[in-house]
Design a protein. Structure first.
Length: 731
């Protein structure tokens, strides 16, 4: 019997189990690698958890779903000779490392902090050769962010809920994001389209047939501005009667430099444009690429850390990229010096590398067999962008032609790519408001006469600013310095989950709750939704992370005026209800117009003693026409059926709700399949589970009858089949 293996003296703690497998293989015997599965402690869910009387001391507790695992992790850590905290290299990762050490009661002598931006053998070995202590400045910056966000959310959300409607929330970053969407929608609503006209002429060289198009640019030496059809027709006639000749021809060569490698925000933007990935999906796939996939040589991390605002690439990786470029494309595609980039985004920390492949030698083609479809598509995007960032510029021959036609000047331009450069690999995606038009021009000379083939005026209208997509909202947040790489995707997800925005055709549309909450915050808590104030707070958090400032004074500077505003808001902000002259049929009190989860409705002013609700008068006629209104409730026999409005529109239910929760459900004939074969009383109808899209068929008398079938039971009643025949088919 072999001797029992002794536990390792070195315990390595990472965040994800996928990462643990890869790192344990690189470290070899003598190391045990385990995972924390992300965050392990947080502020309590049911109370503030911040001691306002003692310098905002946070009271952390283990996450409910992680309590047992944390205790086991802490026990392992106490028994180990050395604990290596290898959580992610951002502030959240630093904070997780500190929480583990603090909960386990580890002393500094037994703790080593290691970080790495890629999960490769050289990177892991280098990290473990140069450990450090837990950086308390980074921990304090993350702690300050968490405390401020808790103060805002815990104090402001209840106030918003009480003044507008239950279930609403407010947050330091989410509310600014919502305001951006609301402000854009109001710009669109306020926009007045202005008419303008353009005129283009199709021209040919004298005696030749090949046409090119020139746009009218000047009239009498001034910029052409045509605002009506009458003006357009006048100038159109003038151009038809004019003599044309080339005024000047300019030929220049232009260079277009390679784009920088991806940061978190630009990856999310480009994945949205090119792959139609949402921010959350992008980060989920990127996480799996970073943690590692199974290759013949074992589990390997394919990309560097994906939460970053840096544009730099390690010198070793740059050298490898230049080698791959020279081998695949030739020496002309390798610039004389490596390309370097400067980040112009406000508040960029640039503490790490940009997002790049861990090895440029792992081409997308060579990885395809080992990756899931989404993983391959995102890896290909990252690889191409990173390799392109180190390639030579693309070169273009640019030709511009000005044409004289009496009092008119027209212009035609063409651009021809003469050297692909980085565009042999990658061309950046464009937002839909961007446009680039090119044409082909003959080899024209100065003073050369031209013939007019056709002239046409075209009407246009100025367009309102486009609604945000996830990609353009993230771009706006980054440009304003709001949030950090780790917060973009969660912010978008939060405002969607809270019902502030809906997404239609990839555009963000604000719901009415977004307008109401934004207006309340702008009026009574302007700093909370002020873009500049929020950006300055991010900069202050950066200063704490850099060790330049203490976190407690920073939090106090925010809390002192904010707490006064909260107190004033509770006292002075009126609840958003509007008294009507309509009498409640149950209590005799007047009804009030309220704002709820499903929009505006009428409710009794005697709430909560009387819970009567009704649609608004404009919607009441539609609701009153529903079958069953006014009938006795068939379930309780005491109430009567009234029209109500829910998230899916008007419906009929008992007026004794919530004591009686009966709802009259009318199933369309297309979804009815005859008499239930089990009970013989109900109808078989189409049903759908709350989660999942697959339909099933069951008795409409459920739960009294539990008949269910996953097979479509014959033809629906609307196709003319008798209920009895449908029942037989279902049997």
């Amino acid at each position: 019997m072999p001797p029992k293996k002794r536990p390792s003296g070195n315990l390595v703690i990472v965040e994800s189990p996928a990462k643990a497998k890869t790192i344990e293989r690189y470290l070899g015997p003598g190391y045990t690698v385990t995972a924390s599965y992300g965050h392990v402690r947080d502020l309590p869910q049911k109370n503030l958890g911040v001691d306002l009387e003692h310098d905002f001391a946070p009271r952390y507790e283990p996450l409910k779903e992680r309590r047992k695992e944390l205790e086991k992790l802490a026990d392992q850590a106490r028994k180990a000779e050395t604990v290596w905290l290898a959580t992610d290299l951002d502030r959240e990762g630093e904070s997780i490392a500190w929480h583990i050490a603090d909960y386990a009661g580890l002393d500094d002598a037994h703790v080593r902090r290691v970080t790495f931006s890629e999960i490769t053998k050289p990177a892991i070995e280098a990290a473990f050769a140069h450990p450090r202590a837990v950086n308390l400045d980074l921990v304090n910056a993350q702690q300050a962010r968490r405390v401020i966000d808790r103060l805002v959310g815990y104090k402001l959300s209840p106030l918003v809920s009480s003044k507008i409607r239950r279930g609403l929330s407010a947050g330091r970053v989410q509310s600014v994001a919502v305001r951006l969407v609301v402000d854009r929608e109001r710009e669109i609503d306020a926009f007045t389209a202005e008419e303008y006209w353009s005129i283009a002429a199709d021209l040919t060289r004298r005696g030749e047939s090949g046409e090119f198009t020139a746009e009218l640019t000047k009239i009498d030496g001034k910029k052409a501005r045509i605002g009506s059809e009458a003006e357009a027709r006048e100038h159109e006639a003038g151009l038809r009667a004019a003599e044309y000749k080339v005024a000047s021809v300019s030929r220049t060569q232009q260079k277009k430099s390679a784009p920088p490698p991806f940061t978190t925000s630009t990856l999310q933007q480009e994945a949205s444009r090119k792959l139609s990935f949402g921010a959350r999906r992008t980060m989920s796939v990127a996480q799996s690429l970073y943690e590692g996939v199974s290759l013949p040589e074992g589990q390997v991390g394919l990309i560097t850390y994906m939460r970053t605002d840096s544009l730099s690439i390690a010198s070793g990786a740059v050298s490898e990229a230049r080698g791959v470029i020279g081998e695949r494309f030739g020496a002309d595609f390798v610039p004389d010096k490596p390309n370097a980039f400067r980040n112009r985004s406000r508040g960029a920390q640039e503490a790490h590398e940009a997002i790049r492949p861990s090895s440029f030698a792992r081409t997308p083609e060579s990885m395809r067999a080992y990756l899931k479809p989404d993983e391959f598509r995102l890896y290909e995007l990252i690889w191409k962008r990173a390799i392109a960032s180190q390639m030579a510029p693309a070169r273009f021959d640019q030709v511009g032609v000005d044409v004289n036609a009496g009092r008119y000047t027209l212009h035609a331009g063409a651009r021809k790519r003469v050297f692909d450069g980085y565009q042999a690999v990658y061309v950046e995606g464009k937002d839909d408001e961007e446009d680039e038009r090119l044409t082909v021009l003959p080899d024209l000379r100065d003073d050369e006469p031209l013939d007019l083939a056709a002239v046409a005026a075209e009407q246009h209208f100025t367009q309102p600013p486009p609604r945000y997509t996830e990609a353009t909202l993230i771009k706006a947040l980054e440009e304003h310095g709001i949030g950090r790489p780790s917060t973009y995707a969660p912010t978008i997800e939060t405002i969607r989950a809270r019902g502030y925005v809906t997404i239609k055709e990839r555009r963000l549309f604000p719901e009415e709750s977004a307008f109401k909450v934004t207006d309340l915050l702008v009026e009574h808590f302007p700093e909370v939704v002020d873009i500049e104030f929020t950006a300055r707070m991010e900069e202050q958090l950066d200063e704490v992370a850099a060790g330049k400032n203490e976190w407690v004074p920073m939090v106090r500077a925010f809390w002192d005026p904010f707490s006064v505003q909260i107190a004033e808001g509770r006292a002075n902000i009126t609840k958003q209800v509007e008294l009507t002259d309509i009498v409640c049929p149950l209590s005799g009190d007047l009804l009030v117009k309220r704002f709820g989860r499903n929009g505006w409705f009428l409710g009794c002013s005697g709430y909560p003693e009387c819970k009567y609700t009704a649609p608004l008068p404009g919607e009441a006629a539609e609701a009153a026409a529903l079958p069953g209104v006014g009938e006795e409730c068939p379930e309780c026999g005491k109430g009567h059926l009234v029209a109500r409005t829910g998230r899916f529109g008007p419906f009929v239910g008992c007026d004794r709700y919530p004591d009686c929760k009966y709802i009259k459900r009318e199933t369309p004939a297309a979804e009815r399949f005859g008499v239930c074969p089990k009970c013989g009383q109900g109808r078989v109808v189409t049903k759908r589970a709350r989660r999942g899209k697959r339909p099933f068929w069951g008795c409409d008398r459920y739960p009294d009858c539990d008949y269910v079938s996953w097979t479509r039971p014959g033809r629906p009643e609307e196709e003319g089949e008798a209920p009895a025949a449908a029942a037989a088919a279902s049997g």
